[in-house]
Design a protein around this ligand. Structure first.
Ligand code: NAP
Length: 314
């Protein structure tokens, strides 16, 4: 089986690309990593995706994208991609996508592998992961009903997580290393107005302690150097993301943080491989920009495949 296009990742970028390539009647396979859920799918409420003024749940939006791709013939496979290798067949370059126990072949590849939450990098983090430490409020908030929660970070994710957790917890403390937030203004205003959310500025988490579960955290004020230990039941890390691109090291040109470098047409350093969405080096990571990237990557991949097949419309 030789696919025209294999898309790695089933978030907004990958699924939009799939809608476009399938509508172009290119044989398309989307490979989704079951262990890595799209960030968009985990969003409690999406209110900045055009066309849904009342907002909608992330999983619902992703489900709609997926149904739309399936409607046009996209195939899906749940696997972890290990490698991408180049080979040739009938004088044509093909890509061999290595999975756990098999490999799948394609004329071109679209990387839409997204990004995963960055770790806090403090002692105790690994030990208490799942025992008080989480990176997903929508997944785990219910475990922290009437508890004291700390959210670390100052961006959109941290503020959204704090707002969501405030519906469950007794108190939510947003711990940020600066004295102002990076998050979008409308989210900031909501957080400032929420009586359950308090702010600890110029502060970083330095360690997590407990027994079976998290019991306390050590905090340091980066301005005054003051150190203290405060009791808490839950910690939510929201200090940004790292791209899911380990499997591409040595195959594609990545920047120093691991994001795939592309041109404006989503072409990577390797002919026939395109990249889109959060795994790509770019300015703004939003669902709407991921969709835009996905459509462009699909168009570029289509031109590449049709050229290879000698059917390009020139
Ligand atoms: P982000 O914008 O990169 O913010 C990460 C936050 O964590 C920053 O405030 C950063 O501090 C802090 N931080 C980073 N490393 C840290 C460390 N080691 N220790 C302590 N603090 C640390 O990440 P994000 O909030 O996850 O957002 C990622 C992207 O998704 C953004 O483009 C965002 O707009 C988008 N997003 C959008 C929405 C929405 O539109 N509703 C929702 C969620 C995410 P500094 O500020 O000092 O750098």
């Amino acid at each position: 089986m030789l696919y025209d296009i294999i898309i790695i990742g089933a978030g907004p970028a990958g699924l939009t690309a799939a809608i476009y390539t399938s509508r172009a009647e290119l044989k398309t396979l989307v490979i989704e990593n079951v262990a890595v859920t799209s960030q968009a799918a985990m969003a409690d409420d999406i209110e900045n995706y055009p066309g849904f003024p009342e907002g909608l749940k992330g999983f619902e939006l992703i489900d709609r994208f997926k149904k739309q791709a399936e409607k046009f013939g996209t195939e899906f496979k749940a696997e972890d991609v290990k490698s991408i290798k180049e080979s040739s067949s009938g004088g044509k370059k093909i890509y061999n996508i290595g999975l756990e126990e098999e490999s799948v072949l394609s004329l071109s590849v679209i990387i839409a592998a997204g990004a995963s939450p960055r770790k806090l990098g403090v002692p105790g983090e690994e030990k208490f992961r799942g025992k008080g430490i989480s990176y997903c409020a929508v997944c785990d908030a219910a475990f922290f009903r009437d508890k004291d929660i700390i959210v670390v970070g100052g961006g959109d994710t941290a503020v959204e997580e704090a707002l969501f957790l405030a519906k469950f917890g007794r108190q939510v403390t947003l711990l940020h290393r600066r004295e102002r937030l990076r998050a979008t203004k409308i989210l900031q205003e909501r957080a400032f107005a929420d009586k359950k959310i308090k702010f600890m500025w110029n502060s970083v988490l330095t360690a997590v302690s407990g027994d079976e579960k998290v019991k306390s955290v050590k905090i340091e004020n980066v301005k005054t150097g003051e150190k203290k230990e405060i009791p808490c039941d839950g910690i939510f890390g929201a200090v940004g993301y790292i791209p899911n691109t380990d499997f591409l090291k040595g195959t594609l040109k990545l920047d120093k943080d691991g994001y795939v470098i592309t041109d404006n047409n989503m072409k990577t350093s390797k002919e026939g491989i395109f990249a889109c969405g959060d795994a790509r080096k770019k300015l703004l990571r939003q669902i709407v920009t991921a969709c835009g990237d996905g459509a462009t990557a699909a168009f570029s991949a289509r031109m590449y495949v049709e050229e290879l097949k000698g059917i390009a419309y020139k």
